[in-house]
Every structure is written in structure tokens, then in C-alpha cells.
Write a protein that binds this ligand. Sequence first.
Ligand code: FNR
Ligand code: LAC
Length: 391
Amino acid sequence: MSDTTHFADYELGIYLQGMLSGAKPDLPMTLAELERLAKEKIDPRAFGYVAGGAGLEDTVAENRRAFERWRIMPHMCRDTSSRNWSTTVLGTKMPAPLMLAPVGVQEIVHPEAELAVARGASSLGVPIVLSSLSSYTLEQVAEAMGDTPRWFQLYPPKDLAVAESFIHRAEKAGYSAIVITVDTRFIGWRARDLQDAYLPFLEGKGIANYTSDPAFCAPLDAPPSENMMGAVGRWTEIYADAAQSWADFKRMREMTSLPVLIKGILHPDDARRAVSNGFSGIIVSNHGGRQVDGAISSLDALPGIVGEVGLECAILLDSGIRCGADMVKAIALGASAVLIGRPYAWGLAVAGEHGVREVIQRFLAEFDLTLALSGISRREEITKEILRRVT
Ligand code: FNR
Ligand code: LAC
């Protein structure tokens, strides 16, 4: 097998098709235009839910500004003819340091939801992190992933029997890590959704893992198929527990021998606590600006966390990644891999599996090209040395 992964070939493919048949890409090349198409296509409330953030959406904007403050200093005159970006994070192999972030309730943008995402991602070998709040069950999504690795994201429920059941189901369905998200015990103050009085879970959407779970269903008077509102009621009671603290998260971590990551950490002190409580990895994230408006950008939080625990656990990042160059910047600042959220949701909304696949291919191609043009051909060479902070 060749030791090269030239994702940039995707670019050549587009130009060749244009030359040979006059065909142009069927989906817009910019994410902004893809988002605009999604807005035309889907329920306006669903669009607001996906696009929106907390409060003034200042952290949504800050996630972008943070990437703008770091600039790449490309090296010239180096051999970059052979490149390989494959990497392994906590035992999970990936063709490039890119994963799909957990995005809940995808049926609001496309009926095939996580199944289409799983097919699109697995066709490229790119791992996904499946949300607890998926529209299809974790077993159905695992089947659609085939041999491609996947992680399961747990929203820590009040009823720990449900946590244990989810974790064991995920183990059985071949998920190779558990991600516990700790920044969403309440839903952030989201003006768009409040204006629409819209929270899809209350309509029974995005709770398939719960309604298919024996521990969740045990106390119900009637099965969800007969009384969905009863199931929704129990879901609102057990979805989260604001009283939980480190001891509870440690307890959930101990429910499995799989690596467990904690998602939603921004403060270096919390990163230290995560490591001392035995977590194997941290996803530095402000939830795409959807939770604490005014929060620091993930990218600005990253160096402090890498400095604190970078040698002791895996550190990943999401929030605001919109192009291949953003991937390069986050990795240069110490992330082992990055995750994207809304970009693939727009691909899904506009063109299902095909849209997801296209979005991923474009991230990979631009990442490869950015590095090739910056004189870099190996993952290990992506270091802070190629970055400068401006302003
Ligand atoms: C999310 N995110 C999220 N995170 C999580 O741990 N579990 C979840 O169920 C969800 N659900 C969800 C729904 C929607 C519509 C969005 C946009 C996001 C957060 C997600 O994993 C990730 O942190 C951000 O989306 C990353 O930011 P970008 O790439 O969207 O800027
Ligand atoms: C969201 C939650 C549900 O961001 O993760 O919408």
C-alpha cells in the first residue's frame, strides 16, 4: 500500500471534469453558499436551531475571529511530493486528524439523518462521534458505519442506569471510545429557538436511543410506541442533572474500559481535573458557541490546556472550524485532531449522504493542499513553528 494520501487529487478531479465534459460541481464550493441553500430547503425553525448560538452569538463569532488571529507562515522550496496525514487518536485510526462532531436530532434537516452521515463519512474512512440525541439508534448507525471507527457521545443522564445501559450498548455495537459532554446540562440561552418556541426533543425527535433503551423504558407505564408523550416526559426528567460533579463523571468513566473523553472543557483547571479523574482525552469546545455566550473561543483556550495536560492525555478541538487552514492552525497549536459540526449538517441538509461526503472531501483536500503549499508533508511537522499570531 502506498504511504501517501493526496486528498488534493479531488481538486484535480473537478478541473478535469470541467475540461472533459463541462461539468461543474453540483454543490456550491463555499460553506456560506451551502448554508444559504440549506436555509432555503429546510424548516426555518430547524435552520435556526442548527445555525444559532447562545445570547448575542458573540462566541459563535469569536470562534471565527480566533482563527483569523493566527496566520500560517508557509515554507517554500521543500519536497512535498509525498504526503500522509493518517493518524491514530486513542487507538482510533483516521485518514487525517478530522472527525465529525456529535450533532443531535439530525432528522430535522434530513430524513436519513445520522444514517446518511454515517454512510458519507464511512465512504472516506472518517470517524464520527454519534450523539446521544440521535434520530436513529446507536445500533442502526453502527451498522451504517460498517468497519469505519466511531465514538459514542454520552449526555450524562440523571438516571445512571441509563448511562450504564447506553455505554454497554455502545461497546457492543463497536464504538471504540465514549465522549461525555459536560457543557449542556441546561440548554443555552438561544434567542432564535426561544423566538420559535422550538425544542425538537419535546416533539419526540432525537430521542431514539432513549426510547429503545430497556433502562430508560423500565419505569414507563406504557412503551413509547403507545405513549410518546410519557417517554418525552421521562426524557425531560432524566436528560441531565445539574447536581452532578467530578465524582459522578468519574463514576461514569469507570463504567467502561474503553477510552473516555470529556467534551466541553475550556479552563485549564478543569483539564487538570479531567486527567486526575482518569479521563483519556479532552475535547476543547464551547459547543459551537451554543452554550455560554461570551465564552472564550476554543482555539484561544487550546494552548493553555495543551500546556497543562498535553503530555498526559489526547486533546481534540471543535467550534468554528470552517476550512482546511483552520484544521492546520488547531493542530499546529496542539490538537491531536479536530471535529466539525455545522459544516456537515449543511451538507446533509442539502444533499444527504452525498452532501456529507462532499463537505468532508473538501476539508480533506484543502487541508492537504494548505500543507503541501506550506512545505509540510508529515503530520509531525505541523507545529507552532509555522504560525504567527497577529493583533
Ligand atoms: C451540536 N453539538 C452537540 N454536541 C454534543 O456533544 N452532543 C450533541 O448532541 C450536540 N448537538 C448539536 C446539535 C447542533 C445542531 C449543533 C450545531 C451542535 C455541538 C457539536 O458537537 C460541536 O461542539 C459544535 O457543533 C462545533 O462547532 P461548529 O463546527 O458547529 O462551529
Ligand atoms: C445542542 C444540544 C442538544 O447543542 O447539544 O442543541
